[in-house]
Design a protein around this ligand. Structure first.
Ligand code: ATP
Ligand code: MG
Length: 585
């Protein structure tokens, strides 16, 4: 193919769009790949669509290679199947619900477990039919709380979703491993740098699950690495602290600590009073901070939850949301405090917390608040704290909750070992061993060898196709623009005509013909009245990795070959161009 810049439906922009927070978003808009059409919805322009199609093709090839078969469902679906699995309700406000003219309830599918389960039930009835894995490449709809960062979190986006069906756990594990391997191949071919991390299964239900995270500062997920593996912070488990024998610990005493509503002010005050300091100065880690939040449950009811964490830690909202799912979390506001008059803001202590206390607020503590540990904490009176308050001696929490922020050096059970690294990533794929949840809810059974009905076990596997485009842009760009990996660049070669002479135009077209004959598609920047500087800037912005400049030396049969991916430029004789292009990696 040959594309002429002068005729392409393409406008590049000099400035970053006002709403762009991340590089991939601004570059894809500025380079004329995308336009915003709605909140969380984007229009693909010709160059963008070429990239999307290439990414889709790689994913499809790898799915087919693994032996999975492609189908295609509607996105507009009836309520009943999602009612049967309770997801009509459980999906909460993220589900787009609508009605047809007769008043029947429909949804725009956020994911398709129910439909695949019913499809297999419709056609299969024997263990001999299994295993089978089916997939589709489909538009999904989710009314995300915070659509952001362009393609990274849309409300309408393309997903490749697959589902495996097996008769037993061993089969499920085999299907899961096949998908895992297919994903590894896919992301390697897409030039996406990724880590596989243990994950929480969230809205899907089920047990084992792993995410493919693309390391990037723009990512919304945080993962930890230990000697034993890697996990999303939503899924890690901190090693429990050992219980301590409290027989010899001093008794709890209440002290006036005026104007100490923050941990820092409390520590400073405590260290400034000789009568309060023990063998060594107090630190924030000696204090017990009690954070109260409001939970909103599925049925719309609300409740208060108090979380006790060492004062040098914060409650990590992502970890908390993952733990209390499907309930949602809101910080305690003035109107909440008004409902619980015994809570004294800044001085909340275990004395008022727990189901046994008068306020009846559930009280869960960090694993580090183990039996026998001693704390400085709020005395439930303004300007007052209690010292040497010992867990299990002086207060009994209702349970443990592992939601504090994670740090390098923390000991974990999942993933096993000490945390050596914390990093941000973008979730580009997610694989789940669902088990029987959906098959049970929708009664998907087959006959086994003994003629008995057995429930099928399932896996579900997703790749964010449109998100993958953004991830590639996020991982492959510089301050001048995009730098597409060759496998998914919209066009193979960008020919810049650097001059006004007619011979350059005919020469460039001939060169494009030669490149086409060798199998390369070419974009020719044939614009007249556009300066060479602007053409070069646009070439860098567009990010086609192979740029050929047809300019001054063309009379001597020489062009300049630029490798945008490796950031190099060399002069090449016209007769050598095809070979030189072939040699670029
Ligand atoms: P996230 O935690 O980012 O919301 P998720 O856990 O909801 O993702 P899944 O339901 O597992 O995602 O969906 C499979 C894949 O679809 C994800 O791994 C991701 O790549 C992609 N995806 C999910 N939500 C969006 C979205 N709003 N916009 C673009 N891609 C998305
Ligand atoms: Mg989500």
């Amino acid at each position: 193919m040959q594309y002429r810049f002068s005729e392409m439906f393409l406008r590049t922009l000099r400035d970053n769009p006002a709403d762009a927070e991340v590089a991939s978003h601004s570059l894809l808009i500025r380079a004329g790949y995308l336009r915003r059409a709605a909140a969380g919805g984007y229009t693909w322009l010709p160059l963008g669509l070429m990239v999307l199609n290439k990414v889709t093709a790689v994913i499809r090839e790898e799915m087919n290679r693994a032996g999975f078969q492609e189908v295609h469902f509607p996105a507009l679906l009836p309520r009943e199947p999602y009612e049967a699995t309770n997801r009509w309700t459980e999906y909460g406000p993220a589900l787009f619900r609508l009605q047809d003219r007769r008043g029947a309830d429909y949804l725009l599918a956020p994911t398709h477990e129910e439909m695949f389960t019913l499809l297999v039930k419709d056609l299969y009835s024997s263990y001999k039919d299994l295993p089978v894995s089916l997939y589709q490449i489909q538009t999904k709809y989710r009314d995300e709380a915070r659509p952001r960062a362009g393609l990274l979190r849309g409300r309408e986006f393309v997903m490749k979703d697959s589902y495996s069906f097996d008769v037993d756990d061993a089969g499920l594990i085999t299907s899961y491993q096949k998908h895992r391997a297919a994903y590894q191949r896919t992301f390697e071919r897409l030039n996406i740098d990724y880590v596989i991390v243990s994950a929480q299964s969230g809205a899907m239900g089920g047990s084992a699950s792993e995410e493919f995270l693309a390391p990037a500062a723009a990512g919304e997920d945080t993962y930890v690495v230990t000697s034993g593996g890697a996990a999303n912070v939503e899924a890690i488990q901190i090693a429990p602290a050992a219980s301590i024998d409290f027989a010899s610990l001093p008794a709890a005493t209440v002290h006036d600590t005026p104007d100490t509503p923050t941990i820092q002010s409390l520590v400073e005050f405590s260290n400034s009073k000789p009568e309060l300091v023990g063998a060594k100065p107090w630190t924030a880690a000696d204090t017990l901070k009690n954070v109260v939040v409001r939970l909103t449950h599925q049925d719309g009811s609300t409740s208060a939850l108090a979380i006790g964490v060492p004062g040098d830690r914060e409650v990590d909202m992502r970890r908390l949301e993952a733990q209390v799912y499907p309930a949602t979390v809101t910080p305690f506001g003035d109107e909440d405090f008004a409902k619980y008059p015994t809570l004294v803001k800044g001085y909340i202590g275990p004395g008022q917390l727990g189901k046994h206390a008068s306020a009846k607020i559930e009280y869960l503590v960090d694993p580090r608040v183990a039996p026998g540990t001693s704390w400085i904490t709020g005395a439930n009176k303004s300007g007052s704290h209690v010292f040497h308050l010992v867990a299990d001696r002086d207060f009994k929490p209702d349970g443990v909750i592992d939601v504090a922020d994670v740090r390098v050096g923390d000991d974990c059970v999942v993933p096993a070992g000490t945390v050596t690294q914390l990093a941000r990533g973008i979730e580009v794929g997610h694989i789940f061993q669902l088990g029987k949840k959906y098959a049970e809810a929708l009664d998907l059974k087959v006959l086994n060898e003994n003629g008995e009905q057995i429930t099928v076990t399932m896996g579900s596997y997703g790749i964010g196709v449109t998100r993958a485009v953004a991830v590639i842009a996020e991982q492959h760009h510089d301050d001048k623009g995009l730098r597409w990996p060759r496998a998914i660049s919209p066009v193979d070669v960008h020919l810049v005509i650097a001059g006004k002479d007619e011979s350059l135009f005919t020469g460039a077209t001939e060169l494009a013909n030669t490149l086409n004959a060798a199998g390369y598609s070419v974009l020719i920047d044939d614009r007249v009245g556009v300066s060479v500087g602007v053409k070069f800037n646009d070439a860098e912005l567009l990010g086609i990795p192979t740029i050929i400049v047809v300019g001054k030396k063309f009379v001597d049969g020489v062009v300049e070959l630029r490798d945008r991916f490796a950031d190099q430029a060399v002069d090449v004789a016209l007769t050598e161009v095809v070979g030189a292009v072939q040699n670029l990696k």
